[in-house]
Each structure stands twice: as structure tokens, then as C-alpha cells.
Design a protein around this ligand. Structure first.
Ligand SMILES: Cc1cc2nc3c(=O)[nH]c(=O)nc-3n(C[C@H](O)[C@H](O)[C@H](O)COP(=O)(O)OP(=O)(O)OC[C@H]3O[C@@H](n4cnc5c(N)ncnc54)[C@H](O)[C@@H]3O)c2cc1C
Length: 371
């Protein structure tokens, strides 16, 4: 080993979860050493769709999402950039009365968590959003949801954590981690050895493999959501738009480009190689064109995907290890961690500093699959 380092907390992974935790911990005066195998924010956190949405989340995620929502409002003060975060509203479309029934039901559930949704019937919806096609049966608007530029967010959290004194090592892969009953020893590439009292597993789609070292088995598998972007078009669509069942999602950025998602691509986790799949992408684009006819004239200029860790119940792993004291996990956000990340960082910092958090995270415990 050529470099021996110590810190209160070692963090594996420089995605949004790891960087947000690094910042929260520095704000609580804990020394932090973060290891990222590539570049901070280059994986899921930097290539995602950019939806900052609470609408549609399961009840179990709403307290965490609400905590995050409050943090998103103060992003410039927290990380020094707005990251193009826009409170545009999130509009979920329905194509039938049955789907409208689901939206009504969800509105009642969400209200219990302080999330206000407005249900709009077909006529009211088309009057407010004349760019919608005639297939739409109605929709649900969460006026306080929005979107942001994912290319900027994780990088901004990483830089803010650095400014606050976090030691961030990029190009450093954590290869092994052990616990001697008091401290963790993490051996990483470039001859790094890190000793720390606490260890955070924020390794995204690689999180379950990391947890295995501590005898914790999680059925995480990689997914590769398709993304694509059109040429800039005249400004038309204000809200971030999705549809019941998730066939497509679309947002228009200030410059005029439409960013869309839908269907899944392919990839290989071991070599972090990912590729969008044209058949499922075209099927989603066709559906999007039926609901937003102006998209029929849009030229697609780029498509991509990224790798995300998915769990069978579509919920993340977040909380304490059941085998190893001082180890905390935050991975497998199942395609929906972008909005949650600022609160996840604070929750991890709560757990390290106080041993508990006020935000309910019981549904995300790591041993739920072994029951
Ligand atoms: C295409 C796509 C679209 C999405 N759209 C949305 C959306 O609109 N809204 C939403 O809320 N969520 C969305 N998500 C999900 C969201 O992006 C993720 O849930 C979130 O970014 C996960 O953050 P993370 O830090 O856990 O993972 P990552 O960003 O993947 O970071 C994990 C990091 O750990 C590093 N790492 C792994 N193993 C090691 C190791 N041994 N040593 C060192 N470093 C290691 C990796 O290199 C990586 O950088 C989307 C995801 C994808 C892929």
C-alpha cells in the first residue's frame, strides 16, 4: 500500500447518494473519504432523465421524498448552483376511466403525506394544456414537482462536499473491505488503504456485490432505461409529463429540446457498458406522439442509457447493515433515486452521527428479502 488514510467515514461510490452523504457528513463535522471507481456522477446519477418527482411514489417513499423536496428548494445555497432545477409541475396522464380511478385513489393516499395533487378531467386538461392530443382521458398534476439537469447535480454535490473538506478520490476502486470489530479497512486501487469507523455502501448497481463481502444477500439486478433527446423546438410543454403505467415520460428544457424516456436498453454491469434499444425506444416515442402530437415533427438527435440497480419490490436498500455495526447501505434505487438523493445523504449522516433518523426507512431494510 502506498497511501494510508483515516477518516471518520469512508464512502464507496461517488454517485448522488455518496456525494450527498459526503456533504451532509461534512456539515456535521465528520471527516469523510469518498472512493469513486470512475468519475463522480458519471453513472446513473449523471445520465438519468432528470425527473424531480414525488407524484407516483409508493407511500413508503413519500416521507423521504418530502424531506428531499425541502432540500431541493434551497439547492443554490446548499451546493452553489440551481442545477437547472425547475418547479414545472409533474403531470401524470390517464388514457381511460379506470386509470383516472387509479389517479383519484393515489391523490387520497398522497394527501396523508402532505402532497397536494389536482385531478383534471379531459376537457379541463386539454383546455389548460392545448398541446395534448385527443387520446387523453384526464390527468393528475403535482404543481410543486419538477425537473433538473442530472449532468449538473451530482457534480455540484461532489464539489460542495470538497469545498466543505471531504477527501474525494476519483479513479479509485474499492476492492476489499473488512471489519475488525472496531474499524473498517478498505483496500482500493492506486495503492490506497482507508481506515474508518463507519462505512457507507453507496455503490449503486454494484451495491449488492459490495454488501456480499459482509454476508448480506440482496437480489439486486441491473436495468438500463432508454433515454433520448430531440432537437430544440419552440417552447410548448411546461410540466414534466408521465403516464399511468410508465409507457413514456417527457420534459422540455429551457433551450427547447425534449428529453424523453421509456422502455429499456441493454448492458453489461461488469464493464459498465450500456446501450439503448431502438425497438422499445421507438414504441415509447410512438406513444408519446399520440399524447403530444407536436413530437411527431421532432428530430431525435441522441439516445443513451445508464445502469441502475433494481430490486424486486422497486424499493431501495437504505439503512443499517444487519451483520456489521457501523456499516450503512444506500443502493438499488430502482430507477427513482434522483429526487430522493439529497434526503438520503442527510439520513445516512443522521445514522452515522445519531444512530437514528426521524425519517421512516423501515421499508428499505436490507434483510427484507430473507424473511
Ligand atoms: C437512464 C436513467 C434514468 C433515470 N431517471 C430518473 C428520474 O428521472 N428520476 C429519478 O428520481 N431517478 C431516475 N433514475 C434513477 C437515479 O438516477 C438513480 O436512482 C440514482 O442516480 C442512483 O444514485 P447512486 O449514487 O445510488 O448510483 P450511481 O450514480 O450509479 O453511483 C454509484 C457509484 O458507485 C461507484 N462504484 C461502484 N462500485 C464501486 C467500488 N467498488 N469502488 C468505488 N466506486 C464504486 C460507481 O462508479 C458509481 O459512480 C434514472 C436512472 C437511469 C439509469
Amino acid at each position: 500500500m502506498s497511501e494510508h488514510l483515516t477518516a471518520d467515514v469512508a464512502i464507496i461510490g461517488g454517485g448522488l447518494m455518496g456525494c450527498s452523504a459526503a456533504l451532509a457528513l461534512r456539515r456535521m463535522n465528520r471527516s469523510v473519504l469518498l472512493l469513486e471507481q470512475g468519475w463522480c456522477g458519471a453513472q446513473a446519477s449523471g445520465v438519468n432523465y432528470g425527473g424531480v418527482r414525488r407524484q407516483g411514489r409508493p407511500e413508503t417513499q413519500l416521507p423521504l421524498a418530502q424531506r428531499s423536496h425541502a432540500i431541493w428548494q434551497g439547492l443554490p445555497q446548499l451546493v452553489g448552483s440551481s442545477c437547472e432545477y425547475t418547479v414545472s409541475g409533474h403531470l401524470k396522464l390517464a388514457r381511460s376511466d379506470a386509470e383516472m380511478g387509479l389517479l383519484e385513489e393515489y391523490r387520497e393516499q398522497a394527501e396523508k403525506f402532505g402532497l397536494q395533487l389536482e385531478i383534471l378531467g379531459r376537457a379541463a386538461l386539454r383546455q389548460r394544456y392545448p398541446w395534448l392530443g385527443d387520446k387523453v382521458a384526464g390527468g393528475s398534476l403535482c404543481a410543486s414537482d419538477g425537473h433538473a439537469n442530472p449532468r449538473l447535480v451530482a457534480a455540484a454535490f461532489a464539489l460542495a462536499a470538497k469545498r466543505h473538506g471531504a477527501d474525494i478520490r476519483e479513479g479509485a476502486t474499492a476492492e476489499t473491505a473488512t471489519f475488525d470489530g472496531t474499524r473498517f479497512t478498505v483496500r482500493a486501487s492506486k495503492g490506497l488503504e482507508v481506515k474508518a469507523k463507519f462505512l457507507l455502501n453507496c455503490a449503486g448497481a454494484w451495491g449488492a456485490a459490495f454488501a456480499e463481502q459482509f454476508g448480506e444477500h440482496v437480489p439486486e439486478f441491473p436495468i438500463f432505461p432508454n433515454m433520448w433527446v430531440t432537437e430544440p423546438m419552440p417552447k410548448l410543454v411546461e410540466p414534466n409529463v408521465g403516464i399511468v403505467g410508465g409507457g413514456f415520460y417527457v420534459r422540455q428544457v429551457a433551450r427547447g429540446n425534449f428529453v424523453l424516456g421509456g422502455g429499456r436498453g441493454t448492458g453489461q454491469l461488469a464493464i459498465a457498458s450500456t446501450r439503448p434499444a431502438s425497438a422499445s425506444m421507438f414504441a415509447s416515442m410512438k406513444l408519446a406522439c399520440e399524447f403530444i402530437p407536436a413530437l411527431q415533427n421532432a428530430l431525435v438527435i441522441r439516445s443513451w442509457t445508464g445502469v441502475e440497480g433494481m430490486l424486486p419490490d422497486h424499493q431501495p436498500v437504505l439503512g443499517a447493515s444487519v451483520t456489521t455495526p457501523g456499516l450503512f447501505h444506500a443502493f438499488g434505487f430502482s430507477g427513482a433515486g434522483f429526487q430522493l438523493a439529497p434526503a438520503v445523504g442527510e439520513v445516512l449522516a443522521d445514522l452515522v452521527v445519531h444512530g437514528v433518523t426521524a425519517t421512516p426507512i423501515q421499508a428499505f431494510r436490507i434483510d427484507r428479502f430473507s424473511e
